[in-house]
Design a protein around this ligand. Structure first.
Ligand code: DAH
Length: 353
């Protein structure tokens, strides 16, 4: 066989190998086998130098043809294989848009937070500012500065969560520096009056804690919104008008407000406030226990003794305060007879709001 025939045989063989390659990797192997540094066509081309001057042009021409034929066969085959690979990748990645979707459950604001926001909005509309106080308090703020005498029953261990020395059975420190979970948001009043001068118009929403076992009308943790106004010439009439406005905004224009004399250590005079029952309109029914009225908050005129603790002149200023039970308001607004629903986190209940 002449070199020319060898070359043609190699050409035929290599073209068959190209067609037989079914993957890009196999094709690359074919390329290396013929055109790589140690490939068989490369070896022949390298041997050209040893040929005689007459043979060289002819063999040179044939080997160039063979190389070009092989190279273009490789190119075509590579394109074809790439096309197939792309097509199958696209087929594999295809999304079936007819499959049913997966719904993700969407949460929303808790009903109590909604109600607190509504209360805040009513008072914001009257120009009140929102303040916050700590949930872990000192006895001084929770009781002493709110005019509770040392032997006041609310200070008893049965009512208040105290931080205790775990090594013993006594409170860490006896007295005003005792640490406790606030039993009401009223200490917020003291913090505000310590750091601001009148005129003061604030509300303090927040969580409060009492050593109660949860039942339909008691929770060990519940929510209050405290209100405090201190200014010159503030009267009990201002307090009443403010609360009437609040009740109508919250429950509608037909609801009436009733104030009953009461006692709180930090207000004098004090009152409890009832709203007329939304079901019977005041006639008395099962949902208001036959009373026609439902209690929603405590209030009163700031006791001058409290002003004494925070250095506000009681001769110049007067003020009123109130504490709204948010669970009470939410319960009345939505007819929820058992307050425990509000803290149990049952989404079947919560989804309704
Ligand atoms: N702190 C009282 C409580 O938790 C509620 C209260 C009553 C707050 C009268 C007040 C107030 O600001 O003036 O029972």
């Amino acid at each position: 066989m002449t070199i020319g025939e060898d070359l043609r045989a190699l050409e035929a063989e290599s073209l068959t190998a190209v067609e037989g390659a079914t993957t890009l990797d196999a094709l690359e192997e074919v390329r290396i086998a013929y055109l790589g540094k140690r490939g068989s066509l490369t070896a022949i081309l390298r041997g050209l130098g040893a040929l005689s001057a007459e043979e060289r042009p002819e063999v040179g021409r044939i080997s160039n043809e063979v190389r070009r034929a092989l190279e273009s066969a490789l190119d075509r085959r590579r394109e074809a294989l790439e096309r197939t690979a792309r097509a199958s990748r696209i087929a594999a990645e295809a999304v079936d848009v007819t499959l049913p979707g997966r719904a993700r459950p969407l949460g929303h604001q808790h009903v109590l937070h909604q109600v607190v926001d509504e209360i805040v909005e009513v008072f914001s509309g009257l120009g009140y500012r929102v303040a916050e106080g700590p949930e872990v308090e000192l006895d001084y703020y929770n009781f002493t500065a709110l005019n509770h005498p040392a032997d006041h029953p609310a200070r008893a261990l049965q009512d208040t969560f105290y931080a205790r020395d775990l090594s013993g059975d006594t409170a860490v420190v006896e007295g005003e520096s005792d640490v406790l979970l606030r039993t009401h948001t009223s200490p917020g009043q003291v913090h505000v009056m310590e750091s601001e001068k009148p005129p003061i118009y604030v509300i303090v929403p927040g969580k409060v804690y009492r050593r109660d076992v949860a039942d339909p009308s008691h929770l060990p943790q519940f929510t209050q919104v405290e209100g405090l106004v201190v200014d010159e010439g503030v009267t009990f009439g201002d307090l009443k008008g403010t609360l009437e406005h609040f009740v109508r905004e919250m429950f509608g224009p037909d609801r009436r407000v009733r104030l009953r004399p009461h006692f709180f250590p930090f207000t004098e005079p004090s009152a409890e406030v009832d709203v007329s029952c939304g079901i019977c309109g005041g006639e008395g029914c099962r949902s208001c226990g036959g009373e026609g009225w439902l209690e929603i908050l405590g209030c009163g005129m700031v006791d001058p003794n409290v002003f004494g603790y925070v250095g506000i002149d009681p001769e110049r200023y007067t003020g009123f305060a109130f504490g709204i039970g948010a669970e009470r308001i939410a319960g009345l607004k939505y007819g929820v007879p058992d307050l425990r629903h509000f803290i149990e986190g049952d989404t079947r209940f919560l989804h309704q709001f």
